[in-house]
Design a protein around this ligand. Structure first.
Ligand SMILES: Nc1ncnc2c1ncn2[C@@H]1O[C@H](COP(=O)(O)OP(=O)(O)OP(=O)(O)O)[C@@H](O)[C@H]1O
Length: 586
């Protein structure tokens, strides 16, 4: 192809930019590591080359193909890459641990390289195969200058697309999964499909640019799509800023330009290669040492300064905080329980953590589960939410069995939990934490986001307004745009509360919601729980502080060694010396 050398180099840097941004969607936004970016890039290139080939002899072998027009080859490249990405991701996405994904993608990278080298009649083997230049109707690219303009447009469009997806409700869901997948499921969201779709999307973009790049080069060979290249793309994301599309763009431009700049300074191509590695390695070391979150971190603010990080603890929650009174009432006995759990048990090896546990929870009631450390209280919540499967028994919510349905389905059905230790999504804003928890968001479904973005945007406005309302309700509306990990612990707890309410669930299981906060924040939380019960929520709370229990609980269930030993009012329990001894360990 004729044209300037600079344009050719710049075009190849743009390939790296597009690949880095596609990987950033996966690695930075969704937190899913892939070592197979180069393989998907190659899958697209080879698919397009094979589908557009008509019978080219190359390296002693004849590569035969159906001779489709370029656009047909391009579309088949995208479709094949998307499917390949989905299939590779699906088994790993079912596991929570990311190292399965790293192993699977590495295996796919090797499988691809081996196949490209081995199936000579299809791929041309190690010598590669030629492919026809890009031509769509009258449109063709004949010079490197034209190619630069074309690929610059493609790079800008793909960066805008990646940014759109990253900032969409689907992107927010992916970020939640990256932060704490277990919590996302406990909020009623499925995680396997979004993770697999993120993978398929990144693979599709890589495959698409692979097809375009191969048609520009008019040649494909296995050496272009090796593991070294996959590592280079991953380094662009890590150095630029995982989660920040502009960051990976800048890093790809810098890293991709090292060798051409050295050559421009007078080095030969052979001399520039080792120096490129040295500078690349140095950039990595310096980046990891001085900018561990990347050159342009995800939550960097361009205008308006930093997030209000160290905002003082707020005590202006607009719920009753004057003279304490129990807002909820013990419910008449003839009403049906919202939650009916019967005969739950859990054994861990030789330890019977829970034995024959039964409980009924009524609408508007606050029940406290108390007992000494290790009594089995948190295990009860795990069993109710199916975080762990009960060995025996039944669990019903509003008369329907929810036993064994899985955490996400149970949460969707109407029972959610507040985790001991908060588990807020630390790298996200308070507003995003709450917005993510809301049900029925069309923008969380990738297909609906892409096919009807306007409907997704309209719903997103509503979701954000409601999230803001909830943050105001718990008294931290002014911190909506703060990054949660920068907030004091008490305020993080309030974010988690607002997030829990956002699910709209009618049953709330609260595991030590006031532990670790100062007395004033604890008073806020007490008032908040009372308000929720008064609004008709059914609440079961695990709490160590007898003060908080006496303020809140309509009924107390006392557990010891996995069994219920008392069920009554707080006065019933505290008047029994044997229970007081057990509780205080005397
Ligand atoms: N996954 C597990 N594997 C093995 N043992 C477990 C597991 N989870 C809990 N246990 C054990 O089961 C018992 C009950 O634990 P659990 O966390 O439910 O108690 P708890 O009443 O909530 O205690 P604490 O008040 O200290 O939080 C403990 O002895 C604990 O060590």
């Amino acid at each position: 192809m004729t044209g300037s050398y600079f344009a050719d180099i710049a075009t190849q840097v743009l390939f790296l930019v597009i690949l880095a941004n596609s990987l950033n969607l996966l690695l930075g936004v969704a937190g899913q590591m892939s070592m197979a970016t180069a393989a998907f890039y190659g899958v697209g290139a080879y698919t397009c080359a094979i589908m557009t080939a008509t019978g080219i002899t190359y390296g002693g072998s004849e590569a035969v193909g159906p001779g489709w027009p370029f656009w047909g080859g391009f579309l088949s490249a995208v479709v094949v890459s998307v499917f390949a990405g989905f299939l590779v991701a699906l088994p790993a996405a079912r596991r929570v641990r990311g190292d399965y994904l790293i192993l699977l993608t590495l295996a796919f990278q090797f499988l691809f390289s081996t196949s490209a080298n081995t199936f000579v009649s299809l791929t041309g083997g190690p010598n590669g195969m030629a492919m026809p230049p890009m031509a769509i109707g009258d449109f063709s690219i004949d010079t490197t200058d034209q190619a630069l303009v074309f690929f610059a447009v493609v790079a800008v469009l793909s960066a805008l697309f990646c940014s759109f997806v990253a900032r969409s409700p689907f992107g927010r869901l992916l970020r939640g999964i990256r932060e704490d997948e277990g919590v996302v499921r406990a909020l009623g969201k499925t995680t396997v499909l979004p993770k697999s779709l993120a993978f398929a999307l990144a693979a599709g973009i890589a495959g698409g640019i692979g097809a375009l790049a191969a048609s520009y080069m008019q040649f494909v060979a296995p050496a272009t799509y090796n593991l070294d290249f996959a590592v280079l793309v991953a380094a662009c994301v890590a150095l630029g800023g995982p989660g920040n599309i502009l960051g990976s763009t800048v890093a790809a431009i810098v890293i991709g330009s090292i060798r051409p700049v050295l050559q421009n300074l007078g080095m030969t191509s052979t001399a520039a290669i080792p120096w490129e590695s040295v500078i690349f390695g140095l950039l990595l070391v310096l980046g990891i040492r001085f900018r561990p979150k990347g050159f342009l971190p995800e939550n960097m603010r361009w205008f308006g300064g930093r997030t209000p990080a160290a905002a003082p603890e707020s005590h202006d929650m607009p719920v009753s905080s004057g003279k304490k009174q129990k807002l909820s009432k013990i419910v008449p006995e003839n009403r049906k329980p919202v939650v009916e759990a019967r005969n739950l048990s859990k054994r861990y090896g030789g330890l019977q953590a829970v034995e024959d546990f039964s409980i009924d929870l009524y609408k508007g009631e606050i029940v406290a589960l108390i007992g000494p450390n290790g009594a089995g209280k948190t295990t009860i919540f795990n069993l109710l939410m199916d975080n762990q499967r009960s060995d025996t028994g039944t669990i019903k919510l509003n008369g329907n069995s929810i036993f064994g349905l899985g955490t996400a389905t149970i949460a969707k059905t109407g029972m959610v939990r507040y985790f001991q230790g908060v588990r807020a999504f630390g790298n996200m804003t308070a507003l995003d934490n709450v917005a993510l928890a809301m049900p029925h968001q069309p923008g969380e479904k990738l297909l609906r986001l892409l096919t009807n973005p306007l409907a997704a945007c309209a719903k997103e406005k509503e979701v954000r307004a409601k999230a803001m309302e909830l943050l105001d309700f718990v008294g931290i509306g002014h911190l909506a745009n703060s990054i949660v990990q920068d907030l004091p612990f008490g305020q993080q707890k309030l974010v988690a509360f607002a997030r829990l309410i956002a699910t709209g669930a009618e049953v709330l299981l609260l595991d030590e919601p006031a532990s670790g906060v100062d007395p004033r924040a604890a008073e806020q939380i007490i008032a908040l729980v009372q308000q929720l019960a008064a609004n008709g929520k059914t609440i079961c709370i695990v709490e160590h502080s007898l003060h908080i229990v006496s303020e809140l609980a309509d009924r107390v269930v006392f557990m010891n060694a996995g069994k219920v030993v008392a069920d009554g009012s707080i006065d019933d329990v505290t008047s029994r010396p044997d229970l007081v001894d057990l509780y205080f360990g005397t």
